[in-house]
Design a protein around this ligand. Structure first.
Ligand code: PLP
Length: 361
């Protein structure tokens, strides 16, 4: 069978080793004669899975003790509502940094609950799309918090600077970049991420919240989105997505075995360098994001001759390179190369791209 490399933006590729292990223990987990999906979330066996997953996640990101980790439902979009619901307090406004599609979507949701102040930070640098440096973000004094998205999955734009905004509560949507590089959690009030890109299956959303921000939810916030309720109940106020939690736990162990976030950071850099290097060398392919804001996780690229897009997708699929079609908003191609994508997968893609250019260029 052809080796398949899946470049889907999410739900995305999972580490092969993790899938093999999950397959082995699917029907007889821990000798119980049943799968992990079929046991109570309150059983001692599952509680151990849950606790280990949380500890491994904490270890990987060096999450300080004064932060809670919540394992939630609802995806990142539920957090678009949970954030204002939990953090606005008596304020009527929050600063929302608009750097791309997902940051903008968070603003649209926040409009239901407050008057978000939009900071459009999109700019150009040498004719390419870029983001203003954080020092130029015009934050307001009375905002309840500042929200931004460090990696725009669709636009392929990243904000790699770490925030340093004094006492301001910084909230960040890390859905497509969590665990891909070390971050200083202390700089954030809330970090959230849908699991289905760099962590595990869809259905689980990770929230890291500083303890002093708990207990301030608006009375109308649904209990399952109230951080205080979730924290008090160990993320088991209602039935959590147990299979996704278990599988994410296996991914955390896999990542620890690989040397942790510091090591995967180097591999991610090597993968991105390989692909951007090829794109930049060629007149046949192009990426229109300024170097300093290029995403290492989601790499959109265009063919100079867009009439070849379909041929490119058909041929790449035939050689096992899946899901390279760009998002409809951007067009062209997009290679999502999260932690689980090995360097060999990116090498297979660049080899194909070189060959395609030779034959069609
Ligand atoms: N934020 C970012 C950066 C994303 O990439 C996505 C999904 O692709 C979302 C939010 C929405 O996530 P969900 O589908 O889990 O609600």
């Amino acid at each position: 069978m052809t080796q398949v490399y899946n470049f889907s933006s999410g739900p995305a590729m999972l580490p092969a080793e993790v899938l093999r292990r999950a397959e082995q223990e699917l029907t007889n987990w821990h000798g119980l004669g049943t799968s992990v999906m079929e046991i109570s979330h309150r059983s001692k066996e599952f509680m151990q899975v849950a606790e280990e997953a949380e500890q491994d996640f904490r270890d990987l990101l060096k999450i300080p003790a004064n932060y809670k980790v919540l394992f939630c439902h609802g995806g990142a979009r539920a957090q678009f509502a949970a954030i204002p619901g939990n953090l606005l307090g008596n304020a009527s406004s929050a600063d929302y940094v608009d750097g791309g599609y997902w940051a903008h979507s968070a603003i649209k949701e926040a409009e239901k609950y407050c008057s978000p102040r939009t900071l459009d930070v999109k700019t150009t640098l040498d004719g390419k799309r870029a983001i203003l440096p954080m020092s130029e973000w015009d934050l307001s004094d009375d905002a309840a918090y500042v929200h931004f998205c460090p990696n725009e999955t669709i636009d392929g734009i990243a904000i790699d600077e770490q925030p340093d905004f004094g006492n301001k509560i910084v909230v960040a949507d890390f859905s497509s970049t969590i665990l891909s590089r070390p971050i200083d959690v202390n700089r954030y009030g809330v970090i959230y991420a849908g699991a289905q890109k760099n962590v595990g299956p869809a259905g689980l959303t990770l929230v890291i919240v500083r303890e002093d921000l708990l207990g301030k939810a608006h009375p109308y916030v649904p209990s399952i989105l109230d951080y205080q309720v979730l924290a008090e109940n160990g993320s088991m106020f209602n039935t959590p997505p147990t299979f996704a939690w278990y599988l994410s736990g296996l991914v955390f162990k896999w990542l620890k075995e690989k040397g942790g976030v510091g090591e995967i950071d180097k591999i991610n850099q090597a993968k991105a360098d390989l692909l951007y290097g090829l794109i930049d060398k060629s007149d046949f392919y192009r990426n229109d994001v300024a170097t300093k804001n290029r995403s290492r996780m989601n790499i959109p690229f265009q063919l100079a001759d867009a009439s070849l897009d379909k041929v490119f997708l058909d041929e790449s699929l035939k050689v096992g390179l899946h899901a390279l079609k760009g998002h409809r908003v951007v067009g062209g191609m997009r290679a999502s190369i999260y932690n689980a994508m090995p360097l060999e997968g990116v090498k297979a893609l660049t080899d194909f791209m070189i060959d395609f250019e030779r034959r069609h260029g």
